[in-house]
Design a protein around this ligand. Structure first.
Ligand code: AOS
Ligand code: ZN
Ligand code: ZN
Length: 388
């Protein structure tokens, strides 16, 4: 049996990073629905992240997306975050929204466009120097829509060159999180389509480059926990972008579509001793809340990850190991399912009460009157910058 005190300590120490863009208006290419009370500037997004942290106690950092969160003084923005009880986390780059990037950013056949894109990545590291951020998260929309459109292999060379230049600019404590995505916006070939491509580039770059797994970026049926286990074994798992998918990159609330998958992923994390923030994995959310209220949806997502984690921590690993060694297939499966089928809500309520928090953060948020206050205070909220 897992020791209850150890489980509670691990849950209290868990950390989840929220994304600034999840607090803004979003939608699909058909419609962006405006909501009352959404942030009008980066400061208000940070304030919303601080609200999520206030109710959950486990979300003390917020990721920024540049230039969506562009300000004149990033040190000042970092100080503002600190004054609200949170810190600025990963810096996300944006080399997908300019007309120049129609045929790619760092893989574009035009050297001038490649220079512009790489300069943006370097600029993001300048920002990290000011915010004290450790992580530079890179996602490239680069790819091809048609066979023959460009040379697949040359594009890998161009990608490697831009990554090398960026990597060489990193400070001693900084690192690259390299994200992959099977398709979209490119539909025939994406330049970093899968974990293997990301992993190979990270190995080539060096120890400060690791893979970011966005849970929505795989083909249906992909065994994501296998990828997690493999990358952990190689010391190359740096981060998650958590969200849920039913079809493609749906960016729905983490744990909403497939809580069992989330549990299996978190079990591999626990199995590797990688839950502790000191291990260095950045557990981020990457979501959009098109039709639901944003702050409570992000609180809900954090709770869903906590529930999956609690269940993973409850797996009786001694019993599981014995069953596995005995080749007892059914017993091994039962041990895992026993943990998954445990109602961990009372345990998490206790962890929250111990931390001086309300045991039910979503309802506590609703009761707090905070939503009504931001609706009254903020008029003309911003689009997230994504999903239009
Ligand atoms: C895009 O599909 C990726 O998930 C990236 O992480 C992206 O930067 C993020 O979703 C914000 O648009
Ligand atoms: Zn992502
Ligand atoms: Zn995505």
């Amino acid at each position: 049996m897992a020791d209850p005190a150890t489980v509670r300590r691990a849950l209290a120490a868990q950390r989840i990073e929220t994304p600034s863009w999840a607090f803004g208006n979003s939608g699909t290419r058909f419609k962006v629905f405006a909501q009352a009370g959404v942030p009008r500037n980066p400061q208000e997004k940070i304030a919303d992240a601080a609200t999520v942290h206030r109710f959950t106690g486990v979300a003390p950092t917020v990721a920024l997306h540049i230039p969506w969160d562009k300000v004149d003084d990033y040190a000042e923005l970092g100080a503002y975050a600190t004054s609200l009880g949170v810190r600025i986390g990963a810096i996300n780059t944006n080399v997908f929204q300019d007309d120049d990037y129609k045929l790619g950013s760092v893989t574009n056949p035009d050297a001038g466009v490649r220079r512009k894109a790489t300069d943006h990545l370097l600029e993001a590291i300048d920002i990290m120097d000011r915010t004290g951020s450790r992580d530079l998260k890179l996602w490239f929309s680069d790819g091809l829509n048609y066979p023959g459109q460009d040379d697949l292999r040359n594009r890998q060379d161009r990608l490697a060159a831009a990554l090398r230049e960026t990597y060489d600019r990193l400070g001693a404590e900084q690192r690259i999180l390299l994200e992959y995505k099977l398709f979209e916006p490119a539909f025939y070939a994406t330049d970093i389509p899968d974990w293997g491509t990301s992993y190979a580039h990270c190995v080539e770059l060096g120890e400060k480059a690791t893979v970011c797994i966005d849970t929505g970026h795989h083909a249906p049926g992909t065994n994501i926990e296998f990828i997690v286990a493999f990358l952990l074994r190689q010391g190359k798992l740096g981060a998650f972008d958590f969200n849920s998918r039913f079809y493609a990159d749906d960016d729905l609330m983490a744990g909403a579509a497939d809580p069992f998958q989330l549990f299996r992923i978190m079990y591999e994390i626990v199995r590797a001793g990688a839950l502790d923030p000191a291990y260095g994995i950045n557990f981020m959310l990457d979501q959009c809340h098109n039709i639901e209220a944003k702050i409570p949806a992000i609180i809900r997502s954090v709770l869903n990850i906590q529930e999956a984690t609690a269940k993973a921590l409850l797996v009786d690993r001694d019993a599981l190991g014995r069953a596995q060694n005995d080749g007892d297939v059914l017993e091994a499966n039962s041990v895992l399912m026993d943990a998954y089928n445990t109602d961990v809500r009372p345990l998490l309520a206790q962890v929250r009460a111990d931390a001086g928090l309300d045991p039910d953060p979503v309802r506590a948020y609703r009761r707090s009157g905070h939503q009504e206050k931001i609706v009254a205070d903020r008029v003309g909220g911003q689009q997230a910058g994504w999903g239009a």
